[in-house]
Design a protein around this ligand. Sequence first.
Ligand code: KG4
Ligand code: ZN
Length: 342
Amino acid sequence: MIILGIETSCDETGCAILQKRGNRITILSNVVASSAKLQAKYGGIIPEQAAREQITSIIPVTEQALNEARITNKELSAIAVTQGPGLIGSLLVGVETAKTLALAWKKPLIAVNHLLGHFYANWIAKSRRFETPTFPCIGLLVSGGHTDLVLFQDHDTYKYLGGTRDDAAGECFDKCARLLDLPYPGGPPISQLAQKGDSAVFSLPRPMIGSGDFDFSFSGLKTAVANLLHTLQESKSTWRVKYDLAAAIEQAIVDVLIDKTIKAALKYKVKNIMVAGGVAANEKLRAALEKSCKLKTVSCKLFIPPAYLCTDNGAMIAAAAFFHTAVLDPLKLQADPNLSLY
Ligand code: KG4
Ligand code: ZN
């Protein structure tokens, strides 16, 4: 089976072609065009502008994906597309393109939930000896819009355990970066600066760490950073302060994510943990999770995609479609900005 995956939920235009042979899913091509640099000028995403960039990119990116995979549309078994959640203008570009291609090329059309798609980056083979998660499994989704803990019993049975009550972890990185005059998206520059900083210099809260449930809250952390910057006055612009503050922000976010993920694994007695979403690209989070999973009391197998498959891409959408094969009438599929997973 060969599937073309199309992802346009936000500011990335992703088209990828994946092949499944037996249990092994491999990437034949994976092309991503991003308008993040353009959005960075304005400190965040302007939905109208993101949608316009999607329109400009979608056809060239699809053509490039076919060329790089060295296949023609005739060899495709199906077309998969992100139906939602996301920005409606951006989603519409991918959904309408996929519908048109499915009709023109006479291919089945598979709609994929973007959040579920993120988890399936863990099913893409990266090397010869490659393992995939087994069920039951705890899933941590950490992206710009979501921070969710999910208990997967199998591909079709999953339960929402908890999530953020306000800002997502990625959103917290982005907003704190803005407070520190760092570019958008804020996760990568904060983690870069944090490497030179000492996380113990500033004390920041670990919101909801002892709440006894699997919910998160990150808006208070952002407010704590804003208040701290206010008290620091002129010194807040020095690089030393920025390094230490970046390290403290990153550590606070990582501590809460690890605490709740491990508690979920212990409570539900699972031996597999998978992480997904843009924040999963964070080196500190990856290293800390690896360490925690190796603890004798935890002893879990950890699955995290390589960084390039953590942020939005078409490969994860195609990968999800191999397991969620319900085919839709192309004329009936509607983009849904509020599509729910749970
Ligand atoms: O999954 P994603 O690409 O898009 C959404 O579906 O939201 O996630 C984007 C988020 C942004 O908030 C970005 O700052 C964050 O992922 N991010 C990171 C890193 N790379 C991307 N956060 C922390 N560390 C990183 N290395
Ligand atoms: Zn995403």
